[in-house]
Design a protein around this ligand. Structure first.
Ligand SMILES: Nc1ncnc2c1ncn2[C@@H]1O[C@H](COP(=O)(O)OP(=O)(O)OP(=O)(O)O)[C@@H](O)[C@H]1O
Length: 250
């Protein structure tokens, strides 16, 4: 499968990856252009989380190359990857439960780019006014939606060029899910590229520019998000019935 999009920020070329001796992903080729929202869909166990972890240096890459912002990052340690501007907001909202909202933001500031802590914190508080209101409360006192906002806020503190979000809508009420998706669109409009793993297929395809469908560790479909949404056998591909892996082009 090839893409016609030019000038990728993230380029994954023929990557196989897994955990220890277990192989999960085979021959994945994927791109994210600057400011673009790219959606990765697939059923449970397809390898979506493993893909994000392979990019951020947590899972083991056994073949292929990962390039980010013109540099090879294959197999680099997570701290090195984030310093290049690739932030990962993992499933399960990794935040410090006992620390306050503001302390969580302080702990996430790595001083990567030109902007100081205050400027970044204000950006987070502008995106999520509820975090400002509750800045002195321990994270454990926040609702699930607010904790997800804090997890995204922490990722923003690293001044990412690309933000990877793993199932940000998981377990949230529909109203909060819409709020989170609006923020994703705002971040993209502000120039941050997004690689979004999401089970909420319809919303993800409405908000995304381009989509990839993974099943059993392999890419089954890729194309502009609207084309993927209109694909008549999307459900079957999702469940992994046909072996064909068609590519849709704009
Ligand atoms: N940290 C880990 N250590 C070992 N194996 C893992 C780890 N994370 C995922 N796996 C394994 O990798 C395989 C793919 O799981 P993965 O979580 O990547 O899929 P997924 O598409 O994200 O699924 P889900 O939607 O259920 O999160 C599974 O067999 C899973 O058990």
């Amino acid at each position: 499968m090839t893409s016609t999009r030019s000038g990728p920020l993230l380029k994954i070329d023929g990557v196989s990856a897994g955990w220890g001796r277990t192989s999960v992903l085979s021959d994945i080729t994927l791109e994210v252009a600057p400011g673009e929202i790219v959606v990765v869909l697939g059923p449970n166990g397809a390898g979506k989380t493993t893909l994000l972890n392979a990019i951020s240096g947590v899972a083991r890459v056994t073949a292929g190359r990962i390039q980010f912002d013109g540099a090879e990052i294959t197999g680099q340690r997570p701290e090195a990857v984030i310093r290049r501007g690739l932030a990962h907001c993992p499933e399960g909202r990794h935040i410090f439960q006992r620390l306050s909202v503001e302390e969580n933001l302080v702990a996430a500031h790595i001083g990567r780019g030109s902007r100081g802590f205050e400027a970044l914190r204000e950006e987070v508080y502008t995106l999520f006014p509820v975090l400002k209101e509750r800045r002195n409360l321990p994270a454990s006192r926040m609702s699930g939606g607010q904790q997800q906002m804090l997890a995204i806020g922490r990722a923003i503190m690293a001044e990412p060029k690309l933000l990877m979000l793993d199932e940000p809508s998981l377990g949230l009420a529909p109203k909060i899910i819409h709020q989170i998706f609006r923020i994703v669109l705002d971040l993209s409009r502000a120039g941050i590229a997004i690689l979004l793993v999401e089970q909420n297929v319809q919303l993800a395809l409405e908000c995304g520019d381009y989509a990839y469908l993974l099943n059993a560790g392999r890419l089954r479909l890729e194309g502009p998000a609207r084309g993927v949404a209109a694909q008549p056998d999307l459900g079957e591909l999702y469940l992994g019935q046909p072996s064909a892996a068609p590519a849709l082009h704009a």
